[in-house]
Design a protein around this ligand. Structure first.
Ligand code: FRU
Length: 495
């Protein structure tokens, strides 16, 4: 009798456990975008390259598939594409939950934790204080690792930067500024960015506040800034300030924009109007890796939106990161902009399955679109086209070029009713008078990343069809031709 009871309990546990166990073949599980093995994930954190490995820490709640007390999850990769899941790096403690932040390699041992210590600079969010309605909820803290991010020691005298008057005071991104021999931290503070400097990562001085003139209003709370220099092809240096915003993106909800300007070691001054880094609803909390060889700037975003992130129809895990994209700074007359290109290593997991030099539209093909890269160029003066991904259930995701705008439509794309805002019939990306000449579409089970004109325009969207899309159709009116159509399958990183 006793044995029966024990066996019964054992089986109940087994069933419960196996239901929650990741297989990486669950419906909607991205096959070549990073997802945590199980449970909730949001922002990428502590992106840093060290000793041949890229480290991706991330906002993580190990006890559920909705947001909760935050930890830093951890994963590493040698190629930015294949990721190894690692144990949790930072746990909440009496000072608070571990919110977003960055990581640096302390090459000169400025903090005294050891030469080449990996140092995380993160926000403590104290939920007790927050619930009490007081404002001093958030502060900045540091922790170090001497074994490539495997184990961490929190600094004894945390926090290193105490709360301000503002309740939202978070997401420190830190870099070493050679010219002044100081660490510079950009921090989101209410609806401003504040810059601080330090010689040891422990004592911080406020340097300046960035709040652009005549700015777009009501972009919600400002979050996850990132300030860094970039060079154009001709060697001119400009500074880029990425800012993520909690609300009122171009198509609703969370969004990411960037300013281009100058930085003198203390103050950032924008020299042109802000641009959106991505127009889709599913690109947020984007920041770059630090310490990458050859000063490459590689940006990674969270592929979701606070409007519905906690409701999307996945059960084992929630949320994925975008593909890592390398940034380039281009200059056109007096105008600067960023282009985003999928990192080179991505091409190593793609395999050609179809290609045709010249294609008359309408073009239609039955093909498994679940893990696919599609690229083509356009005939001159193509002002209109419609691309559709569909399946035998007549579910369809549409991308349209019309009136110098790209419009995506996921109102018939499959499951949409888990959130009122998800279907949002038209998502629009204005092309500011530029003609579309090249298109790259990367589909991975439940997402598409759309890059136009070498990554000058970017739009990222999620979708949840009831079965994978298997029909690709591209048409135009008046009839035009596509050039260099290539369809590649993309292999899974988990198998
Ligand atoms: C952005 C954000 C950050 C914060 C973290 C909390 O998505 O709200 O500002 O640090 O997520 O998980």
């Amino acid at each position: 009798m006793k044995i029966n009871i024990i066996l019964f309990i054992y089986f109940v546990f087994q069933i419960g456990f196996s239901q929650n166990k990741a297989t990486y073949s669950e419906q909607y599980r991205p096959q070549f975008h990073f997802t945590p093995e199980a449970k909730w994930m949001n922002d990428p954190n502590g992106l840093v390259y060290f000793n041949g490995k890229y480290h991706l820490f991330y906002q993580y709640f190990p006890d559920g598939i909705i947001w909760g007390p935050m930890h830093w999850g951890h994963s590493e990769s040698t190629d930015l594409i294949h990721w190894k899941q690692l144990p949790i790096a930072l746990y909440p403690d009496k000072l608070g939950w571990i919110f977003s932040g960055s990581a640096v390699i302390d090459k000169n041992n400025t903090a005294g934790f050891g030469k080449n210590a990996m140092i995380a600079i993160y926000t403590y969010h104290n939920d007790e204080i927050w619930k009490s309605g007081k404002k001093n909820t958030e502060s900045q803290a540091i922790a170090y690792s001497l074994d490539e991010g495997k184990t961490w020691t929190k600094y004894n005298d945390n926090p290193v930067l105490n709360n301000s008057e503002e309740q939202d005071f978070r997401d420190p991104k830190v870099f070493w500024h050679e010219e002044t021999s100081k660490w510079i931290m950009s921090l989101a503070v209410g609806d401003k960015i504040k810059l601080f400097s330090s010689s040891d990562l422990k004592k911080w001085n406020e340097e300046s506040t960035f709040q652009p003139d005549n700015d777009t209003k009501n972009l919600g709370v400002w979050e996850c800034p990132d300030l860094f220099p970039m060079k154009t092809k001709t060697g001119e240096t400009k500074w880029v300030l990425i800012i993520n915003h909690g609300d009122k993106g171009p198509n609703g909800g969370s969004c990411t924009r960037y300013f281009i300007g100058n930085f003198d070691g203390k103050t950032f001054q924008e020299t042109q109007k802000a641009l959106w880094l991505d127009y889709g609803t599913d690109y947020y909390a984007a920041v770059t890796f630090s310490n990458v060889p050859d000063d490459k700037k590689i940006v990674l975003g969270w592929m979701s939106n606070w409007q519905y992130a906690t409701k999307v129809p996945t059960e084992t895990w929630r949320s994925a990161m975008t593909l890592p994209r390398e940034l380039e700074l281009i200059k056109n007359g007096i105008f600067y902009a960023l282009e985003q290109k999928m990192v080179n290593q991505f091409h190593a997991i793609t395999k050609p399955i179809f290609s045709q030099k010249t294609v008359s539209m309408p073009f239609s093909k039955e093909i498994d679109l679940s893990q696919t890269e599609i690229t083509f160029d356009l005939e001159k003066n193509t002002d209109e086209f419609t691309i559709e991904f569909s399946n035998s259930k007549n579910e369809v995701f549409k991308i349209q070029l019309k009136n110098n705008e790209i419009i995506t439509d996921r109102s018939q794309s499959g499951k949409i009713d888990f959130s009122e805002t998800f279907a949002n019939t038209r998502q629009v990306m204005p092309l500011a008078g530029e003609k579309v000449n090249s298109v790259q579409l990367i589909l991975d089970k439940s997402s598409v990343e759309i890059l136009l004109n070498n990554g000058r325009f970017s739009m990222t969207n999620l979708f949840f069809p009831n079965e994978d899309y298997t029909i690709l159709s591209i048409k135009s009116s008046p009839k035009k031709k596509l050039k260099n159509l290539k369809i590649n399958s993309v292999s899974s990183i988990w198998k």
